[in-house]
Design a protein around this ligand. Structure first.
Ligand SMILES: [Zn+2]
Ligand SMILES: [Zn+2]
Ligand SMILES: [Zn+2]
Length: 355
């Protein structure tokens, strides 16, 4: 944007108008910069103080599983199992909103600190620009260039150009106008109630970038999410704990029976599977990679890593799972008695082995 200074404005008037215009242009960019910096600080505060955010994604997942068990809401579980990224994002947002509302006072203090720092930086730029122009007998363009230079990283504002530099000569006066205008503006911003919604989006973005820019591949058998921390990582997908396959709706073909096997356990047996609903070809679990496609991209180690958490889950939500998939844990998919002995406490405790 350029300001047209017409012939009627001269000398002091031009300087005053210029100074006030500059202040009014600075205000939105100061506000934006301070909110942006505060969002960065607040996201860091959240990562330091919210237990679910304190470490990596595996730790976050552990807290998600804990919260899911505590709330015992099947609809949440369904989203977590079938749309993990969507559920993780929602969980992160809920935690962030809770934090923002609970820590408003602390956030206001951070905001005011950032505002103060920026004000000092701008005042210093005014001082340096004025000093330089006076020393070199420069004009308004030179002042503007000198003023903008140290602020370019912090503030997004367009320079005021096409000022008739012959009209503006009193740079001490300009310096006073800008400094006073800035003081008044900063005081108003400082006293205003902080708008949490202006922090929410940016801080959530920082958190989801941190936790969700990773591999989201799901085990072709049980839908457990790969723990790869990079989006397109080298090597095969893997996860330390798989789930019972009926949890995601896997069933025995031609029956109403849900599967009740953990992938890691069944991979040690001589059982076979159809890679999809249409396939006529059976593949042995032991050689699951020969089924090709996504099966060839996973490393499923045959072991006995059956997390009691999922055994408790299947027993607790048996009815909901059966309704969701219109099938039953019966016949070959009957739930072993051993699974029924786990309490919710056992389930939660088993999560401590999770990372
Ligand atoms: Zn004018
Ligand atoms: Zn699996
Ligand atoms: Zn992966």
């Amino acid at each position: 944007m350029s300001l047209c200074m017409n012939n009627f404005c001269q000398g002091a008037t031009t300087t005053a108008i210029f100074g006030e215009l500059l202040c009014s242009k600075l205000e939105p960019s100061i506000l934006e910069a301070v909110y942006n910096q505060t969002a960065i600080n607040v996201a860091a505060e959240m990562m330091a103080s919210i237990p679910a955010f304190r470490s990596n994604r595996s730790n976050l997942e552990k807290h998600i599983l804990k919260t899911l068990a505590e709330n015992e809401n099947f609809e949440d579980y369904r989203e977590y199992i079938h749309s993990p990224k969507q559920y993780f994002t929602r969980f992160i947002m809920n935690q962030a909103v809770k934090y923002l509302n609970n820590e408003k006072k602390k956030i206001q203090t951070i905001f005011r600190g950032n505002l103060k720092n920026l004000k000092l930086k701008i005042n210093n730029a005014v001082f340096v620009a004025t000093d330089e122009v006076l020393k070199k007998h420069g004009n308004a363009d030179m002042w503007m260039g000198c003023f903008s230079k140290p602020l370019i990283e912090d503030l997004k504002f367009t320079e005021i150009s096409n000022v008739d530099s012959m009209e503006m000569t009193d740079f001490d006066f300009l310096s006073n106008i800008v400094t006073e205008g800035l003081t008044k503006m900063v005081k108003n911003l400082r006293d205003a109630d902080i708008k949490l919604e202006m922090l929410q989006k940016r801080s959530e973005e920082i958190l989801t970038d941190h936790f969700c820019q990773c591999c989201w591949a799901q085990c072709p058998f049980c839908k457990a999410v790969c723990i790869g921390t990079m989006k397109d990582h080298d090597g095969e997908h893997s996860v330390p704990f798989h789930r019972a396959n009926g949890i995601r709706g896997m069933s025995y073909r031609g029956t109403e029976n849900l599967c009740c096997n953990f992938c890691t356990t069944v991979a040690q047996t001589d059982k076979e599977f159809y890679p999809n609903g249409e396939s006529e070809e059976l593949f042995p679990y032991k050689l699951y990679r020969t089924a090709g496609g996504v099966f060839a991209t996973w490393n499923i180690t045959p072991d006995c890593s059956e997390l009691p958490y999922w055994k408790w889950f299947v027993c607790r939500f048996q009815q909901d799972l059966e309704n969701l998939y219109s099938k039953k844990f019966q016949g070959s998919g009957i739930i072993p008695d051993e699974w029924k002995k786990y309490t919710k406490e056992d389930a939660l405790e088993s999560l401590n082995n999770y990372i």
